[in-house]
Design a protein around this ligand. Structure first.
Ligand SMILES: [Ca+2]
Length: 493
């Protein structure tokens, strides 16, 4: 377990120095062994070219396996084999860069169950051509949403609650599309299960069987409808892209599938409140890790090239991602992970993939003169984190508004929750984690796209120059004058 003494630096907002000596068990979130058949292994096969040869199925068959699904856009094939020589056989094909078994390399979401201005002149660029309407923040549980008040979401909603033409893909454990606070905003046509690396659009396949995905979805897009809560972008649509299973494991083939899906289904923003494996840190000098890393990176970059804004959580290990030293939590598939030294040659996916907007977490307590305190569990680091958002802090983030320090959001009625709130027959749950912070930023990105239109790039918004309003003030972002938000001197809108 790590102790940390350093601040998160966010976008336009200098946040917090928090020096805490944490007990050694606070982050001891148990990692569970994925349960899969020992005989058949799933493989990611990475071709050197960003294309899949026409004879790939036959090549894989000859090597002793079966082609499960092909992603020609990124030169990746998902295969299955029970032949122990399969990988060696495949590698005799000079077209193949690498092949890695993924079966035992799922990673579990760290779901937060740890124990424990200016330029408001309104003369910004003209809105884009998407329909926008304001939204109110007077639902029954709105008074409990300290997180939304912290980021000034109600003020943003006076301008826009987002556009129903904008779709946020929540790459998570699925989505409870029957939830009364989500149902009206669910985009069924663009929702999918990616478990096993194969898209399955049957709603029964992507219905949330964990709860985590429904929680992040509510923060993004819970409706302004009188009941329950109001999300950051209550008028946008949300697609459930299920890449995490019921136990919260995200396998590489599902992550690859999810990003290719987002890139091919007009998804505007994806939220990613998890890290993808094989390990928490993926190191270039390990051939298995490198292959999966490259496949996932290709998938993410493919999505970005199609215009998808990718937002990701920094993680709950209180690591300085700019100076990683030890990985204590990998691999996930053994009872006792072996601590190993790591360096900057190792990265956490997806938060450290170029162009991904990395999000750390804060609670609701402040400390002069910096502002909100970084959450005790939140990872951080200037090379990976662009913005901080409310993730809750049950140790140091309790206030009169945030009575238990955690973030309230939608939750399936059929999944247990230890801090449950029920309103009008709908279920809500309090959780904390960078998983809860990231969807706030995905929601803000959706508001920006709603207001300015899809032809402008949000990707660069994470590079806001120091001194301009940050993502804690979305009402300012959507009114930002062209040129005031810059990336290396270039307007971001
Ligand atoms: Ca509501």
């Amino acid at each position: 377990m790590h102790r940390f003494t350093k601040p998160v630096v966010s976008l336009g907002i200098v946040v917090v120095l928090l020096a805490i000596a944490l007990g050694t068990t606070l982050f001891a979130t148990p990692r569970l062994r994925p349960t899969r058949a020992a005989s058949a292994q799933t493989y990611i096969v990475l071709y050197k070219a960003q294309a899949v040869p026409a004879d790939a199925a036959n090549t894989i068959l000859q090597a002793g396996g079966t082609l499960v699904y092909s992603y020609p856009q990124i030169g990746v094939v998902i295969a299955s084999s029970d032949n122990t020589a399969f990988r060696d056989n495949l590698m005799t094909d000079s077209q193949i860069d690498s092949a890695s078994a993924t079966t035992n390399y799922g990673s579990k979401i760290d779901d937060g169950t740890v124990n424990g201005e200016s330029s408001t002149d309104g003369q910004g660029p003209p809105p884009g051509d998407l329909p926008n309407a304001p939204a109110s923040d007077s639902d029954n549980l709105s008074p409990l949403q300290w997180d939304m008040r912290q980021i000034h979401a109600p003020e943003a909603h006076q301008i826009t609650g987002g556009s129903p033409s904008v779709v946020v893909g929540d790459i998570d454990t699925g989505l409870d599309f029957t939830h009364p606070d989500l149902a009206q905003n669910v985009d069924f046509a663009d929702s999918v299960s990616c478990l096993g690396g194969v898209p399955n659009t049957n709603p029964s396949a992507w219905k949330d069987d964990n709860g985590h995905g429904t929680h992040t979805a509510g923060t993004i897009a819970a409706a302004s409808n009188g009941i329950g809560i109001v999300g950051v972008a209550p008028n946008v649509r949300i697609a459930g892209i299920k890449a995490g299973d019921s136990a919260g494991f995200f396998f590489p083939e599902a992550v690859v599938c999810a990003f290719v899906w987002a890139g091919t289904h007009n998804i505007d923003v994806t939220n990613n409140s998890y890290f993808a494996d094989p390990f928490l840190f993926n190191c270039r000098n390990d051939p298995v890790q490198r292959a999966i890393w490259k496949a996932e990176r290709r998938a993410i970059q493919f999505a970005q090239q199609q215009g998808v804004t990718v937002v990701a959580a920094a993680g709950n290990e209180s690591d300085d991602l700019s100076h990683p030293q030890v990985d204590n939590t990998s691999p996930d598939n053994v009872p006792a992970p072996t601590p190993r030294d790591v360096t900057n040659g190792c990265v956490v996916i997806p938060v450290e993939i170029p162009g991904v907007i990395g999000v750390s977490a804060d609670g609701n307590a402040t400390q002069a003169p910096s502002g909100y305190l970084k959450s005790f569990y939140s990872s951080y680091g200037v090379s990976a984190v662009e913005v901080v958002a409310p993730g809750g802090d049950s140790l140091f983030g309790k206030t009169a508004q945030a009575v238990n320090g955690r973030v309230l959001s939608t939750w399936p009625s059929y999944i247990p929750c230890s801090r449950k709130v029920v309103d009008s027959g709908a279920t809500y749950c309090y959780l904390q984690g960078t998983s809860m912070a990231s969807p706030h930023v995905a929601g803000v990105a959706a508001l920006i796209i709603s207001w300015f239109g899809k032809s402008r790039h949000v990707h660069q918004a994470e590079r806001l120059a120091p001194g301009v309003p940050g993502w804690h003030r979305p009402e300012l972002l959507v009114r930002q004058r062209t040129g005031e938000c810059v990336e290396r001197g270039h307007p971001y809108v």
